[in-house]
Design a protein around this ligand. Sequence first.
Ligand code: GCU
Length: 642
Amino acid sequence: SAEDGSQLWLRFPAKNGISADKIIFKGNNPTLNIARKELMNHWQGQEIELRTDRSLKNLKGGYKIQSVQNKLVISAEKEIGLLYGVYHILRLQQTKLTTTNINIIEKPSYDVRILNHWDNLDGTIERGYAGHSLWKWDDLPNKISPRYEEYARANASIGINAAVLNNVNASPNMLRKDYLEKVKVLADIFRPYGIKVYLSVNFSSPKVLGGLENSDPLNKDVQKWWKEKASEIYKLIPDFGGFLVKANSEGQPGPQDYGRTHADGANMMADVLKPYGGIVMWRAFVYSPSKEDRAKQAYLEFVPLDGKFRDNIIIQIKNGPVDFQPREAFNPLFGALKKTPEMVEFQITQEYLGHSNHLVYLAPLFKETLESDTYSDGRGSTIAKITDGTLRPSKISAISAVANIGEDKNWTGHHFAQANWYAFGRLAWNHDLTSEQIADEWIKMTFTDNEKFLNPVKEIMLTSRETVVDYMMPLGLHHIFAGGHHYGPEPWGDYKGGRPDWSPVYYHRADAQGVGFDRTKTGSNAVSQYFPPLNETYGNIKTCPENLILWFHHVPWDYKMKDGKTLWEELSYKYDTGVKNVRDYQKFWDKMQPYIDEERFAEVRSKLTIQAKDAVWWKDACLLYFQTFSKMPIPYDIEKPV
Ligand code: GCU
């Protein structure tokens, strides 16, 4: 049959699992029933016992799988842990790993593992490249798409347990009664799969929706409005997760409109959610057009507020301080808040990484952030340890990512973009997994375990992130995208009269001397926001990692790089390497035809053609543009711009 990719990684043997009498469990619960159905449909191994065991509370939603005589016992504090355990053994079966004599204990790295959908009520998706929204707001609450449950199942299979349904640029209408009734339907479908629903809220809702005079968080009427809204929500959705808030950023309303702080705004919302166990994820992605380096703004806003937030608030911080670039230095706000829980926001949707046309496997990017040592509490203070509760014990730990899911048959536009949804879920569950382990698993589950396919494809995936950095923005260059859509290159972009902080020239600062953003003491001094020794390491051109050199320094064109090349030559070779790698991917992929279905083979092939063309476009545009400053020749052995 045609292979449209709709099954994702859930390609278990069909409908020939074990019989009902081989599944031992007590009780009748919707989650257990799903677990049982999955086993009966797909599990071909030994007898299984599913056991809830309240003493396993310390596994925090995790589970145990043990071989006991000739059966497998899955135990967990809660039913959802049992379902996760079932997906675990199905994964072992699918990837042909042993399911006998096992003794597995799994405990998730984070309590809340959440997807952020940037879906609008009109069905469009901000930065979505896989079609329209899955949520059919006009059909709900009566007509129910089968994809709601398929979505929940896919998430549960990788441990994702939460979803923000709507865009951070939130419509106040999201909180309207009729929309909440629609949300309730989704929450009811997701619940047995262990997924809690959250909503992005617009700070001006009391004024816009409630007709109040303002939305000032210190106004009693405003507080009352939110209190009543919370009560209305929890009547419909008793396990509602909470709010995600983008305030005072990119023109969104917020507490600062009334001279209040982010803490004032967040606390007001936290107070109304608190009685129900809800939380507030307050975004640190705040910046406004000002003289201050955009990369410094989140830190400047939030560090003075440390300690002022209620304990059911988490500050949600993008991995980098600018905006989901192919490579950024990590956000210096991580670790800088000592008394306030922090969580990472990644972007799975490839806003700045070739949309759904480029094959870019994101696990290495996610890992790079999580493993970054902030030195906030001495050596070893990685972002993983700051956010997972190891170094900042907090009531709740969380990790989020902007989803790449839409109504395309294959869910994510590019078949390989499914791997990024998968990788986020797996890392949110266990951030110690390596990019390679996850790629290996995903390929085997999604395509085949034939090594002739597995090895080259894994190689493509594992190098793909560095490749996109090379052909788009090597050596720490950033935000030289064409305005608005962020797809192609526009390093010459200078939006005079518009916002300078949205102009590519603001970020690369090329001139006759060199290129790069001086963020040292002689420049914006963003380096001072990093803990020692990083402030020195980044601040000194000799010790700054070369892959971030243009992020932190304005570097002369003839500067000698570690390999002896000049900066200009290095830049040229990087762009060229990026292009060459994509050409290699095309050659590798062409040899993969015998191992997989024609449909996915052909679709990936045509996407690689686009990617190769785009890589050349990036290389030529950037080199020819930067050459107008460097006035140096393009090295003879690289492909000439056409
Ligand atoms: C980026 C993106 C916007 C988005 C914003 C955010 O700037 O381009 O579309 O709204 O991030 O994360 O809030």
